[in-house]
Design a protein around this ligand. Structure first.
Ligand SMILES: Nc1ncnc2c1ncn2[C@@H]1O[C@H](COP(=O)(O)OP(=O)(O)OP(=O)(O)O)[C@@H](O)[C@H]1O
Ligand SMILES: [Mg+2]
Length: 300
């Protein structure tokens, strides 16, 4: 029997407030309406995917998405389109995964203290929740239940931390406790339990690293608004994604102000709103030109 085909994963990233949740949701709805089986997952702990969809989406650490059909044309749903939504509670995930992992290990190495560690203590480890969120997305995508998994990410800093962690974790681990030393010798029960735990985590993280750079499966969708500060951060994010080897499928400039040429802009009454509008229109053009240059430099 062949295993089910894994889903494509689209990561919506960008600075706070640019429209990631709105555009991730719009993309998910569009693809579901065209007959695909789509799951939208929020890994941002300040979830707003449910608000955009207009439904109650309680954050959960379980793989229990909510079926969202209300806005879709029933004829298209008959064509096989499905839209599910899930808001991941990464602290609840941490608790669930810790019980799954540490329980059996503590039973195997009863002299270790693994069984006494509370999951909340682990949340102090930097990045662990983001990494679990990403791991969960990978597992959901591998389940074969969906064709496309759309991820509504936290704003750039947290999302990039999430995406760089697999690489960073491996580097730190090798420096702190190289694999050949971890696995050599005859350790006591407590050390053996820790080594077994690290090996499990390390293997999972390596798989994540491989998945993230698999261009046939994972792509980033960078959202920005045509403002100088937002575009400057978007350019840095593009550079980071290129360095990580993550495919950038599209750069979406959102919330563009349209210049209405039927309107006479000169000799307007002095009003702050007109000044703001005129400045935004001109800043917008500069930002778009600079962005073109950055994209050219990165040869995207
Ligand atoms: N194209 C658009 N036209 C008008 N309003 C928009 C558009 N895109 C987004 N918005 C509005 O901008 C606000 C922020 O959008 P959204 O929540 O999608 O951004 P976000 O990047 O997910 O924010 P956060 O970083 O807080 O998660 C919302 O009020 C949304 O309705
Ligand atoms: Mg959002």
């Amino acid at each position: 029997m062949t295993s089910p085909a894994p889903a494509r994963i689209s990561l919506f990233v960008g600075k706070g407030g640019v429209g990631k949740s709105t555009l991730a949701t719009a993309t998910a709805v569009r693809d579901a309406a065209s007959g695909q089986r789509v799951l939208i997952v929020s890994t941002d702990q300040a979830h707003s995917t449910g608000d955009v969809l207009g439904i109650m989406l309680a954050p959960t650490g379980q793989r229990t998405p909510t079926r969202v059909l209300s806005d879709l044309d029933p004829a298209l749903i008959d064509a096989g389109g499905v839209l599910d939504a899930l808001a991941l509670d990464t602290l609840a995930l941490l608790e669930a995964r810790w019980v799954d992992t540490a329980g059996p290990l503590a039973a195997r190495f009863p002299e270790s203290d693994l069984g006494d560690v509370a999951p909340e203590e682990l949340s102090a480890l930097p990045g662990i929740q983001e990494m679990l969120g990403l791991h969960e997305v990978g597992e959901l995508a591998d389940s074969g239940q969906w064709d496309h998994v759309v991820v509504d990410c936290a704003s750039t800093a947290d999302a990039l931390r999430m995406l760089t962690l697999p690489e960073t974790f491996g580097l730190y681990l090798e420096r702190a406790w190289p694999r050949h030393r971890r696995l050599s010798g005859s350790p006591d029960a407590a050390t053996a339990a820790i080594v077994a735990l690290i090996e499990r985590v390390d293997a999972g993280i390596r798989r994540l690293g491989t998945l993230l750079t698999d261009r046939s499966r994972v792509s980033a969708h960078l959202v920005l608004t045509p403002e100088r500060v937002v575009a400057a951060e978007a350019s840095r994010t593009l550079g980071s994604l290129a360095l990580m080897g993550v495919e950038v499928a599209e750069i979406i400039v959102n919330q563009i102000l349209v210049q209405d040429d039927s309107f006479e802009y000169r000799n307007l009454p002095a009003h702050p709103a007109f000044d703001w509008y005129t400045e935004r229109i001109s800043e917008q053009q500069n930002v778009l030109d600079d962005l073109d240059a950055t994209i050219g430099d990165l040869r995207l």
